[in-house]
Design a binder for this molecule. Sequence first.
Ligand code: ZN
Ligand code: ZN
Length: 152
Amino acid sequence: MDAKQLSNISVIAISILAAFLVALWIGIVFWVLRDIRSRSRDPFVVILAGLVALVLPIFGVVIYRILRPTQTIEEKYLSALEEETLIQEIERRPKCPGCGREVQADWILCPACHTKIMKKCVKCGNVLELPWMLCPYCGSPQQKTSPSDTIR
Ligand SMILES: [Zn+2]
Ligand SMILES: [Zn+2]
């Protein structure tokens, strides 16, 4: 192997490496553009992220990963939805008519002020609302009860 052959091989090796790096660079630019579009709808932010990846080949992506918004738009939407559900759940929780304390839907008495909240079916034992005259579970007739009635 003479010097000419050696230099030929190194030229080929360098070309392959260069081609690989360029492909990687282009791939990174496209990845950054796709990634930022899932995180921001602001066209200025998208262009800026694309420029960082374009101007600083390969290292730009490191900077981008540090600076990018941590949540994608979808993640933001999901966490907002979760929060909404949580708030609704808190609001939907029944309150004691006597003291306003939060109570469970299947409690028949308020543990704080002993007000009657619900009643139990005389036959099947399911929890019923106080004004109900009929058990929706087993159909047996019930006595109308008011919260001030004594506990039986
Ligand atoms: Zn109460
Ligand atoms: Zn019943």
